[in-house]
Design a binder for this molecule. Structure first.
Ligand code: ADP
Ligand code: MG
Length: 353
């Protein structure tokens, strides 16, 4: 893996981490450095080993090989309660018979923290998740988003160095999830604790995180900022999992780009122009283009997706904003001959396995 260029203190360091369950190789060698105060996402499809990595950091699972360091200390052999981390689970795991306040205080009570300090810290934690005044309610009297924030307060009250979140927004509907993405980010900024969260949702990872690690089959394919992951995917897997891959490869790469290899251009970087020249069809020396036929048109309100079968082979998807056109205009383009144009800096080579 390339040098991750971190100069600040490390909250989490994973070295050669592996985990097998019988002959299932859940995690097959993970190295990762996470800085203090980062909002870090582990993104990948179901079964790629994200939860298992999180559980090894928390101490619920012991590695088959490798090491976990927290704040520079090797904790690989320590029990969960000896580690400066807390976990927020997807199902929240709130106690239904306790009030919100009691739920948040619970961890402190177990640690025998004095009553008035417990109360104060719980109120502070509830305030940080914007649930002041909800302490007297039962979990059943809250909305899904509010229950999620109680679960967050219950972890924050312990003031861990690292907060681990496993698909924290997975149980919420889309609208609420989008609101909570913004909220969670704001809360993290305020409390300043390192957040390490797991998600299979690429948009969620790109929206909230300072950096993202993309998981595939128990390994990390790429680590980077959301822009790096999206604009410069290192592998075909990342290009396909994060966004639309839009590959140009084989003979098509030779014809269209004049070079060998596999390349990708994101759909919103492509401009659709008429094949017979006309307006917008003149290329600058910095541009590449490919001729093809529109095989599919998907009108989606603010934008339209054009599926274009290239004359040179393969197909590309182009996303165009509907600035001055209507659905009628764009739908009529199915079957049209077009030329796709893009700036060379938006095409990038990707590794193929
Ligand atoms: P993710 O969180 O990315 O969906 P997991 O870490 O939960 O993936 O699982 C990775 C792989 O390990 C999967 O194939 C899963 O079935 C397997 N696995 C996870 N936990 C166990 C377990 N306790 N026993 C056996 N197999 C497991
Ligand atoms: Mg999981």
């Amino acid at each position: 893996m390339p040098d991750q260029g971190l100069t600040t203190d490390l909250a989490v360091r994973l070295r050669g981490l592996r985990k097998s369950f019988g002959n299932v190789h859940a995690v097959t060698g993970v190295d990762l450095d996470i800085a203090d105060g980062e909002f870090f996402a582990m993104l990948g499809p179901s079964g790629s080993g994200k939860t298992t990595v999180l559980r090894m950091i928390a101490g619920f699972e012991s590695p088959s090989d490798g090491a976990v360091e927290l704040g520079g200390r090797d904790v690989t052999r320590l029990a969960p309660f000896e580690r400066d981390v807390n976990t927020v689970f997807q199902d929240y795991a709130l106690f239904p018979h306790m009030s919100v306040q009691e739920n948040v205080e619970y961890g402190l009570r177990v640690k025998r923290v004095a009553k008035h300090e417990r109360r104060e810290r719980a109120m502070e934690a509830l305030k940080s998740v914007r649930l002041e005044g909800f302490g007297g309610r039962r979990p059943a009297q809250l909305s899904g988003g509010q229950r999620q924030r109680v679960a967050l307060a219950r972890a924050l009250v312990n003031r861990p160095r690292v907060l681990l979140l496993d698909e924290p927004l997975g149980a919420l509907d889309l609208k609420l999830r989008e609101e909570m993405q913004v909220e969670l980010k704001a809360i993290q900024r305020e409390v300043g604790i390192t957040f390490l969260f797991v998600t299979h949702d690429q948009e969620e990872a790109l929206t909230m995180s300072d950096r993202v690690a993309v998981f595939n089959e128990g390994r990390i394919e790429q680590v980077g900022t959301p822009a790096e992951i999206y604009e410069r995917p290192a592998t075909a897997f990342v290009a396909a999992f994060v966004g639309t891959s839009n590959l140009i490869s084989g003979p098509a790469a030779q014809v269209v780009l004049g070079k060998q290899g596999t390349f990708s251009v994101r759909p919103e970087k492509l401009r659709v122009v008429a094949a017979d020249g006309g307006q917008g069809a003149d290329l600058t020396p910095d541009e590449h283009s490919a001729a093809g036929t529109v095989s599919e048109v998907v009108y989606a309100g603010p934008a339209t997706r054009f599926v274009v079968d290239l004359d040179a082979g393969g197909r590309l998807i182009a996303l165009q904003q509907n600035l001055e056109v209507s659905s009628m205009d764009v739908m009529a383009m199915r079957g049209n001959r077009v030329r796709l144009v893009w700036h060379r800096r938006h095409e990038f080579a990707i590794e193929t396995a």
